[in-house]
Design a protein around this ligand. Structure first.
Ligand SMILES: [Zn+2]
Length: 627
């Protein structure tokens, strides 16, 4: 008890000692004046001995009294941090809510205390409210749900941020006319001749009339602007001004497999069909706005994600993402203006020279380089381009032995140097090929502690999952089938689609599954749309494809986007759950996630998002905290 008293309780605002002092102040002063007279009479040394003895006796007596009461109340939820400022108490308490902690037992609580940038207490409303001091900000949750800040463990924000400031997002549109109206509005607000870009993140089935816009509709809406509208990694629609500006007149101008659609007279219509490589090339050929706009766009995109309760993401690199494209984010980091914690990956755009390029790019960047806001997390998502199997789930993939050998060499170097790694595999057969190589590498350099993951595998087989488990390789799962499920059902049939992706099977096998969207080109960036898809197995058309046996629980789905995301960033000791000592990265939700109808989960937003204990987004009842 004594150690507890001295370590945890002395001078805490609710501590009896402080209160005794406050109520018996006059007594203290009488004692003081008496002593002065005594000094006059008896001499200093004797006086001081007397004072020391008396103080010791009083302190011990009062401490014993105080602590016996304290210890019983809350030993498990209070930390030294909570008493670091005895008079003012924690900086903020959030009370009267439902806290989904995502701790080891998925326990819930009613309230949280935050001191500095860390969670200093988790407990009942009474316990936490009692901690409040003079300067403690009290947030009344009024029954609202609080979750750890969400992490998207595979998304393409760095690339999207470059043009976000200038891009038109159709992600939240429900009518094609509404989408075209956004283009008209942008056209009227943008100087003539400047580009308008809709770079994916939408699906024709979200529109009332369930179709793509025609080239004529796009041209009309864009007015005097070149325009590029991308649909998944399937089709792009350009007007004449854009075709001219990009020198596209024939199929050869859209390598490697792009095809220009032509009208009855043989003239290109502006519609281009192709695959992920075609659209990576076209997207990266589009003119980028100036650096300041890239910086602002990246900040705006992070703010948009904060609005949805996100506090962190792992950037997957991506086709066309060059080293200079990281500069806007680095600038925001340098300026201390990050509102999200970012783990970024590097990949090479130099086909055939990937490993030399990666060695060069990372000469000065060891694994984990950075800080709590920005950290280098390894390589991906393409390691060797010849091992990239495109974006279609369910296809057969047969790489050359040279390609596998190149991957073997690259993986060997990455493992020997202790780097992280996440690799793209749209199809199960591609994952199997990659696992062949991983088996060889692991035999020489064990990889389990490197937290490597295989991404996508939307229709992964049980054998693939078991092989991943055996190697300690995680499953980077994204909501790609939400927009791509139709094509998978066409390819593999409804029966096979019932277990795509095999979420519950993976969890039951004990694989760590990271949740993500792989946005912004192939699908919506909204994590709640992705979480709803996890929970209902419905495509954007609202057609159900996945069977109930592969539907996780709400707590499991939440864990994919919180703790597991942090784990894949080597940050689970600092965040990913609401526990004492962890960083105060949390979101207060607009609705009751655990009880609300599944269908409504896609509409969830955050009313208050804190990162590092600081509000990065605040709305509704908490708008006065807005940054
Ligand atoms: Zn990706």
């Amino acid at each position: 008890m004594l150690t507890y008293c001295f370590k945890n309780c002395i001078f805490q605002p609710s501590c009896i000692l402080v209160n005794v002092f406050k109520t018996h102040e006059y007594l203290f002063y009488t004692f003081l004046s008496d002593s002065v007279t005594a000094i006059w009479d008896f001499g200093m040394k004797r006086f001081l001995r007397r004072i020391a003895a008396i103080t010791a006796v009083i302190t011990t007596a009062l401490t014993f009294a105080a602590c016996s009461e304290q210890e019983s109340a809350n030993t498990s939820t209070l930390t030294p941090a909570a008493v670091s400022n005895p008079v003012t108490g924690p900086d903020m308490v959030l009370v009267g809510g439902t806290i989904l902690t995502v701790d080891a037992t998925d326990s819930t609580a009613e309230a949280i205390a935050i001191t500095g940038n860390r969670i200093s207490a988790v407990g009942s409303t009474d316990q936490i409210r009692a901690l409040s001091g003079d300067n403690t900000r009290v947030i009344e949750l009024e029954g609202r749900t609080v979750v750890p800040g969400l992490t998207d463990s595979h998304i393409h924000i760095i690339r999207a941020g470059l043009t976000w400031g200038r891009e038109i997002s159709w992600a939240n549109e429900s009518t094609l006319e509404g989408a075209l109206e956004l283009v008209r509005t942008a056209a009227s607000n943008t100087p003539d001749g400047e580009w308008l870009i809709v770079a994916g993140g939408w699906h024709k089935l979200q529109f009332d009339d369930q179709r793509l816009p025609s080239a004529a509709e796009v041209t009309e809406a864009a007015g005097n602007h070149p325009i590029y509208v991308q649909y998944l990694y399937d089709t792009a629609i350009l007007n004449a001004a854009a075709m001219t500006a990009m020198n596209i007149a024939n199929d050869a101008d859209v390598p490697p497999v792009g095809v220009l659609r032509r009208d009855a007279d043989g003239n290109p219509t502006g519609e281009i069909d192709g695959n992920i490589l075609v659209f990576h090339a076209l997207l990266s050929a589009l003119p980028k706005p100036d650096f300041a706009t890239q910086v602002d766009g990246t900040k705006e995109l992070m703010a948009e994600l904060n609005r949805l309760g996100m506090t962190s993401f792992s950037d997957g690199g991506g086709g066309g993402q060059m080293p200079e494209h990281y500069k806007p984010l680095l600038r925001i980091w340098q300026d201390g203006e990050m509102t999200m914690r970012v783990a970024y990956h590097l990949m090479s755009q130099k086909r055939g020279q990937e490993l030399d390029d990666l060695k060069n790019l990372t000469q000065l960047v060891p694994q984990g380089f950075g800080d709590d806001w920005l950290r280098f997390n390894g390589f991906g998502e393409v390691i060797i381009w010849e091992m990239h199997d495109g974006s279609r789930a369910g296809m057969q993939f047969n790489p050359s032995s040279e390609a596998k050998a190149a991957l073997r060499t690259a993986f060997g170097w990455i493992a020997e140097n202790g780097y992280g790694m996440e690799i793209h595999a749209a199809s199960d057969s591609s994952a199997q090929q990659i696992l062949d190589v991983l088996d060889e590498v692991n035999a020489e350099t064990p990889i389990a502690d490197l937290r490597w993951s295989i991404l996508h595998i939307d229709a992964a087989s049980v054998s693939t999952l078991e092989r991943m488990k055996a190697l300690g390789v995680s499953f980077g799962l994204q909501s790609r089938l939400y927009t791509g499920g139709e094509a998978l059902v066409e390819l593999l049939g409804e029966d096979r689609a019932r277990s795509a992706p095999p979420i519950k099977t993976a969890l039951d096998l004990g694989l760590l599954v990271g949740g993500g969207t792989d946005a912004l080109a192939v699908g919506p960036y909204n994590p709640w749309i992705a979480i709803r898809w996890l929970l209902d197995g419905k495509l954007i058309s609202r057609e159900i494809t996945r069977g109930p046996e592969e539907i996780p629980s709400r707590t499991q789905a939440l864990r994919l986007y919180t703790y597991n995301g942090a784990w894949l960033q080597f940050a689970e000791d600092d965040r990913g759950s609401i526990e004492v000592g962890k960083m105060a990265d949390i979101a207060v939700l607009s609705e009751d996630y655990m009880a609300m109808p599944v269908d409504d989960i896609a509409g969830l937003t955050s009313l208050l998002t804190l990162v590092d204990g600081r509000a990065v987004h605040a709305d509704g009842p908490y708008e006065d905290l807005a940054p």
